[in-house]
Design a protein around this ligand. Structure first.
Ligand SMILES: Cc1ncc(COP(=O)(O)O)c(C=O)c1O
Length: 280
């Protein structure tokens, strides 16, 4: 068998330059996205709520994304991490409660639960690399209020089995689809199975918006409060900030007791996602 000298020993190198960095979304930016960016720049109104010439890009993106998923509502926020926090707040998660999350996930998931003052409880994964439905069953205690399923690396979890366990125990089910935007199970998009789905559009994701990222909690059912609550949790941030500014100017007391975290998404965020939606 012929052997070749390794490049390190003076043989011919297979590759002379390193492979390009694999940030999936950025390789698909094209003219349509450039046009959308310019529309916002030319309007000189990047803020979603007011400006000299509103383009309503954030609202358009919310409506397009909800249609893409087959859900009734989507709310654009500033990142996938913010989407998780807004979604958990909308589900009413708070101190003294437990939320079950998979042992293999991104740290934002555990952090979002802790940020609500609740306790994250780890469940094992199975051959899907996502949460194992039988281990989920074992982790449920009287303090458990919900489950965050994370669809990892573009491969969906066994979502129907997980949803069955959650429903049997009256737990909410949140799907973190940051790594699986556009993924589906039996023709139905991930993010539309549970009570809320969250997404991330930063440049390391398969659907990419601006480099700073963007997230989206999306909800399927209109009749329950969390859809409105998620939208309010995001939009309240602006009001909270204003309340706090006026309170600190007029009086030393902050009456709302809420902290402004500014998770709102702006008009510019739709710009680089517009073509991704039509391509899936
Ligand atoms: C599974 C998962 N959830 C949440 C996030 C957080 O998204 P973002 O970086 O937009 O805050 C990520 C991003 O790395 C992720 O991979």
């Amino acid at each position: 068998m012929p052997t070749e000298k390794l490049a390190i020993h003076g043989g011919k190198p297979v590759r002379k330059a390193p492979l390009p960095l694999e940030f999936p979304g950025i390789h698909h930016m094209n003219g349509k996205e450039r046009e959308a960016v310019l529309e916002v720049l030319n309007s000189r109104s990047p803020f979603r709520y007011y400006g000299v010439k509103l383009t309503r890009q954030a609202s358009k993106f919310e409506a397009e994304f909800a249609r893409f998923l087959g859900v009734k509502h989507a709310v654009a926020v500033s990142s996938g991490t913010a989407a998780l926090q807004v979604a958990l707040a909308a589900m009413g998660v708070g101190p003294g409660q437990e939320v079950i999350i998979p042992a293999y996930m991104w740290v934002s998931v555990a952090a979002a639960v802790v940020n609500q003052g609740a306790v994250p409880v780890l469940a094992d994964i199975d051959q899907t690399f996502c949460m194992d439905p039988s281990d989920l069953q074992k982790r449920i205690t009287p303090k458990t209020v919900g489950v965050v399923v994370v669809h990892m690396s573009g491969a969906p979890a066994d979502i129907k089995a997980l949803l069955k366990v959650a429903r049997q125990h009256r737990l909410f089910l949140l799907e973190d689809c940051a790594q699986c935007a556009g993924g589906s199970v039996g023709g139905q998009k991930v993010g539309s199975f549970g009570d809320i789905g969250t997404f991330s559009f930063q440049m390391n994701k398969n659907m990419t918006s601006l480099a700073l990222g963007q997230g989206m909690p999306a909800r399927r059912i209109a009749r329950l409060p969390p859809a409105r609550a998620a939208s309010q949790a995001a939009e309240n941030d602006r009001q909270n900030a204003q309340e706090q500014i006026s309170n600190s100017a007029g009086s030393p007391k902050i009456s709302s007791g809420r902290i402004a975290k500014n998770r709102r998404s702006e008009g510019g965020h739709r710009m680089l996602s517009v073509d991704d939606l039509s391509g899936c």
